[in-house]
Structures are given as C-alpha cells and as structure tokens.
Write a new protein. Structure first.
Length: 266
C-alpha cells in the first residue's frame, strides 16, 4: 500500500468520526494526528487532552500546549493519577496497561461531558512489533487508533509531518519516564525526577536521542551509536552532573539506544 493510499485511509476514518478528542502528548505521532484531525474536521470539532503527570516531562507538556495554541485547537490539561495506583508503582510487566486504564477513564469522562463520542490516540503500525500492554487498555476502552488502522509507520508519519511543515517531523522519539525503570523496581516521584533531570542535561549538551535507565543507583545511558563520541567528549561533565542528581555510578550502554530495551528480559 503506497503512502497516498494510507493517508486517504486516515482522512476517511477521521471524516467518519465527525468530532474527536485527541489524546495528545506532543510527540511525533500524536502531533501529526492532531494536525490531520484539525485539517480534516475543523478546529470546532477537535479537542486535545494533555495529561499532566510525574511520568511526563514538563518540557513536553509545554510544547504540547504551545502547539495547540499555534493551531487554534481547544485543549484541556488533566492530572493523570497513575502514581496513586499501587498496581502501577509496583512496576510489573503490565505497568503500561494500568496507566492507560487510568488515563482513558479520565478522558472518557471528558468525552461524556462534552458529548463527543470518539477518542483517538497516536499508536502507529510499528508499535505492533514491540511489547505494548497499554494496547490492551486502548482496545478495552474503545479508543480508536487511526494511524495504526491506516498502517502508517513511524518513518511515514515523519515524512508526512515534514510535508505538513510540522517541526516534530525530526523530533526524537519520547516515552513515559517510567519506561526507564526496570520491572520490579518501585516507581517513585524521586526516581522519575532524577531521570528527567539527567536526560535533560544530556540533551542540553547536544545529544538528540537519549534514555537514562535507572538501575538503583546506576544510570545506564543509551544514545545512538553515532552520538557516542559526543557523550565521551563530555563524560566528565555528564558524570559530575548525574552524580549531583543522585546517581552513584554512570555508564554508557555500548549497544546504544533502542526502543523498549527494558523489555528484553521479558
């Protein structure tokens, strides 16, 4: 199936939904979905919902809000309560499932209040190839995934985003900060903040794609292999800052960045 056919499938599905709430994170996929929903349905028929949470970097929330303002799309910010759910903080392999349950229960309440039948989210076709327990919650709650239904891959979404003039076309992949905590390690506000601060520092020295996986007092840094030298050249500053944040040891993963590396043990 060529890209134009996939794009038409996306437009056709959005058209059929008429009015939508977009679960919006500010990432590559959900930004493209929000833009396409706006272009297809008009601003009056689109509402973006942004979740505020310790698992979601403050910088990402601000960028999401800025995009909504730029596009003239109405938005609401909700406080996500996953940190109050012991099932989530205990951090077993179904952590993402519990989180998505909580998130979409809140969004469903907003949908009922605003009399909007359809909620859409930004899963893409590539997501089917990774361990994604949150997918089960999405299906159970009746949330629609137009990008996935159109079989659009991440690379294709980046290409279409570039054609639309979206700055996010080259934005590094992001994920919930809890995905940096190994299964079985209890998730706390403190550990999430340490991860957010460490990643922010490494990004600020010019590293585009970074994950800081928190193995107790060890920070395992994942970056793309082509950015290894940038980390090594700045290693003393990175070690100093990461130790200030609260880690005792700082390591560079020689396999490099890969999506869901903590799923490798499953």
């Amino acid at each position: 199936m060529n890209l134009e056919t996939k794009k038409k499938l996306l437009v056709d599905e959005l058209t059929s939904l008429k009015r939508v709430i977009v679960a919006y994170s500010g990432g590559v996929d959900s930004t493209f979905l929000l833009k396409m929903a706006k272009e297809t349905l008009g601003t009056q028929n689109v509402l973006a919902v942004i979740a505020e949470s310790p698992t979601y970097p403050e910088k990402e929330k601000k960028e999401a809000v800025s995009f909504c303002i730029e596009e003239g799309v109405s938005y609401l910010i909700i406080t996500s309560d996953e940190m109050k759910d012991r099932r989530f903080t205990m951090n077993d392999a179904n952590r993402c499932y519990y989180c998505k349950q909580n998130l979409y229960d809140e969004i469903l309440k907003i949908a009922e209040k605003h009399k909007i039948t359809n909620i859409v989210e930004g899963s893409n076709y590539d997501d089917l190839s990774d361990y994604r327990p949150g997918r089960k919650a999405i299906l159970e709650k009746g949330i629609k995934s137009p990008l996935l239904n159109a079989k659009l891959t991440k690379d294709e979404i980046r290409l279409l985003s570039k054609e639309l003039g979206l700055k996010t076309y080259s934005k590094p992949a992001k994920a919930c900060l809890a995905s940096r905590v190994p299964y079985g390690t209890i998730i706390t506000h403190e550990i999430l903040k340490k991860i957010e601060m460490a990643e922010s520092y490494i990004e600020n020295i010019g590293v585009k794609q970074v994950r800081v996986r928190a193995h107790d007092n060890i920070a395992r840094i994942e970056v793309l292999p082509e950015e290894f030298l940038k980390v090594i050249d700045n290693r003393e500053k990175i070690v100093e800052e990461t130790k200030k944040i609260g880690f005792s040891y700082v390591t560079l993963d020689l396999l490099g960045y890969r999506t869901g590396s903590l799923n490798e043990i499953l």
